[in-house]
Design a binder for this molecule. Structure first.
Ligand SMILES: C[S@@+](CC[C@H](N)C(=O)[O-])C[C@H]1O[C@@H](n2cnc3c(N)ncnc32)[C@H](O)[C@@H]1O
Ligand code: SF4
Length: 386
């Protein structure tokens, strides 16, 4: 797998916490405001937090930037430009930096794509979610399938790199329906696709409906069949999974997301952003205030929105390495786990999981989860970490 050198990769995540409406399945830190957002005030606060965070991670060169949300495509292009300028002012940035912006695929937002490219964005990730209007309506989306595909076409004409997201294992979805939809999606895709199984998140409207029996998601057997169809079709079309939900042509993986899964460092900027920074030899898990206006006031008063800054102990660090690394098709280096935790993974547990076909050891000694193991990834990780 290519991408920035995994030993030096350093990402900056910037969170834009606003959406036009809240989708009923979503538990991301996103908020709807009926008054206009004061983008200039946010820019000043982002720049301030970038400055204080960069001061704690000197010597790192930024290899990827990700503007996520919420809906970052609601930001004016000059707001995006100002955030990128602030990052360039306070960090050294690699010449080939990957700069991704998450966009909702409405016609209004697609008109801003050129402006984003001028501002320095070189990759977009669009939340298409489904390719038929009744599913989009059921997901509470504000766009039609036609509008989404038009936005994909605009992304293709403006950016060399783009990806889009689909949600599958939706209510009443059969493997035959998903096969057709996925094939259609692949014909519109270029180098990268994110394919997420619908998760019912606590606290969302879908959670209440599901609990009341009013929203039925596919049972385990159908979910497994949908997953298998996904792997088979994507691999056949040259878009194998490089992570449990992410597919790319070899070399076109999202470098920023690889930073998370490979346990590298990243700074989290904006409301509710998370970071992992190595400071004075220790790995810090940092999180900022989630509520946008409270985050603003905190940054204005103190220079950053940090609410938790925990030094991870060796066990926490090793568990995180395992949890994140095993999501990747490339798996993990067990020696690195041992170096972090001070102990080797239990050879008996490894042997049992191998026998069950849930994990495999590559010729170079890396430990990875197999296609049969991915649907039960959480159990595999729990077993190995025990
Ligand atoms: C931060 S979100 C959104 C990006 C953008 N706001 C949008 O909705 O188009 C990133 C992706 O997570 C996925 N996602 C969010 N909630 C999900 C859920 N409950 N189950 C599965 N996928 C989900 C969606 O595919 C979404 O595009
Ligand atoms: S899925 Fe995207 S648009 Fe919908 S609420 Fe979540 S972040 Fe906002």
């Amino acid at each position: 797998m290519t991408g920035a050198d995994p030993t030096t990769a350093f990402g900056v995540y910037v969170h834009w916490p606003f959406c036009l409406s809240k989708c009923p399945y979503c538990d991301f830190n996103s908020h709807v405001r009926h008054a206009p957002i004061d983008e200039e005030r946010f820019v000043r606060a982002f720049a301030r937090e970038i400055e204080t965070t960069a001061a704690r991670s000197r010597g790192s060169e930024v290899s990827s930037i990700f503007l996520g949300g919420g809906t970052p495509s609601l930001m004016q292009p000059q707001t995006v430009g100002a955030v990128l300028d602030a990052i360039g002012k306070h960090w050294s940035v690699a010449d080939d930096v990957e700069v991704t912006l998450e966009a909702n695929p409405t016609s209004v937002e697609a008109t801003r794509f050129r402006g984003y490219r001028t501002a320095g964005v070189n990759r977009v990730s669009l939340g298409v979610q489904a390719l038929d209007d009744s599913s989009l309506k059921a997901l509470g989306r504000l766009h039609t399938a036609r509008e989404a595909l038009d936005a994909v076409a605009i992304a293709r004409s403006v950016f060399d790199r783009y990806s889009f997201d689909l949600i599958y294992a939706r209510p009443d979805q059969t493997p035959a329906m998903w096969t057709e939809e996925l094939q259609r999606a692949i014909s519109e895709a270029a180098e990268h696709l994110s394919l997420y199984q619908l998760t019912i998140e606590e606290g969302t409207p879908f959670f209440g409906l599901h609990a009341a029996g009013k929203l039925k998601t596919p049972d385990e057997a159908i979910a497994r069949a949908l997953y298998d169809v996904t792997q088979e079709i994507c691999a056949r079309h040259g878009l194998p999974a490089y992570e449990i939900s992410n597919h790319a042509r070899p070399g076109a993986e999202c470098r920023h997301n690889l930073v998370y899964w490979r346990g590298q460092q990243y700074a989290g900027i904006g409301p509710g952003a998370h970071g992992r920074l190595d400071i004075d030899g220790g790995r810090h898990a940092i999180a900022t205030e989630k509520r946008p206006e409270a985050w603003l006031m905190r940054v204005e008063a103190m220079g950053n929105g940090t609410v938790t800054d925990d030094l991870l102990n060796s066990e926490e660090r090793a568990d995180e390495f395992l949890l994140m690394g095993l999501r990747l098709r490339e798996g993990i280096d067990p020696q690195r786990y041992a170096a972090l935790s001070g102990r080797f993974l239990d050879p008996r547990r490894i042997a049992i999981l191998r026998e069950e076909g849930a994990i495999a050891i590559s010729p170079d000694g890396r430990l990875r989860v197999t296609q049969d193991g991915f649907p039960v990834l959480d159990a595999v990780v729990a077993d190995l970490a025990a």
